[in-house]
Design a protein around this ligand. Sequence first.
Ligand code: GMT
Length: 374
Amino acid sequence: MKIAIVCYPTFGGSGVLATELGISLCKHGHKVHFIAYKKPVRLNNLSENLFFHKVNVPDYPLFNFQPYELALSTKLVEVIKDNSIDLMHVHYAIPHAYAAYMAKMMLKDQGIHVPIVTTLHGTDITLVGNHPFYKTAVNFSINKSDIVTCVSESLKQDTLDQFDINIGIEVIPNFIDISKYVEQQKKCDFENNVSNEFIIAHVSNFRPVKNIKNVILVFNNIQKEIPSRLLMIGEGPEKEMAEQLCKELSIMGKVEFLGNSNQVEKNLCHSDLFLLPSNTESFGLAALEAMASKVAVISSNAGGLSEINIHGETGYLTHPDDIELMSEYAISILKDPRVLDKFKNKAFKQSKAFDINNVVPIYEKIYKKALKGG
Ligand code: GMT
């Protein structure tokens, strides 16, 4: 198949997932064309089956806001015609599903039929998409897709609760390539970094929804009882606040802000515990990446996190703001090596259910269905 994938090219989960999916589809013999305003961060090597097309938005002084959707739909029409694309798979509804529908209509006008598969990722529904300024257009473009998928049961329910949906929604969970994590684990074991400090990790785009303040406050409680360090991986608007809080708590010496990383598994494989106290989280790809790295997870119970993190087995779940309980759980796991080992092993075992080899074939089936008429 020839597939056009539209996604955000940044470190957010939807872009990461779309990129890993495209790379895997290529390995399955498909030709994949990525379309975005920048080359996706995890798209390292292009090949004869893997292409990238940049959406350029010219700056025109009359416009207060440059019309990205217009440029994207124009680019989609061009790429689809030039490369005889069979279908569009757009990740994150805003504005991708909307631009794809415009492209589909423009192509229809020229006698070309190209179906749209839309994957909803989370904040496109729960945080941004339901804003009254966007909702009508988001609702319209979801319903106009040929097939709609979303990444968790929880997100499916949120979509049905918050929008007027007249199309079926298929749940296809996020995935990881387990073999990559197993490989990395071997390298880590070989390095055999002996330290008496436990490593606590957090990975995100440091947006308010990630509740970063609570990561720092929970770590502050942990480090009072247990020798430990915190790795903060990512960049975003809350980073300065987090650094300031660490200074105020006098724990800056125990916290490393590592910035964005393309290879989180290199840090995760040395980690013991992952903290994700998000206010909303449709799935929590970062938590799954931690679990695949044999790391126990203390997360909030928001959204779809309970579909991956099993309370009392792979980690614990609490209310996003229950700092005391999160700290208590964290300390209870870390203070007994046998308990820690048990949680780590269960986390790894649970992550295997989300292996790329189980999930990518589901997308292939969906594509065939879309080509047959949805
Ligand atoms: O807010 C983010 O974490 C980024 C966002 C995105 O769309 O880039 O992530 C969402 O999609 C990921 C991939 O499906 C999910 O694993 C994340 O849980 C989801 N984030 C939220 O719902 C907050």
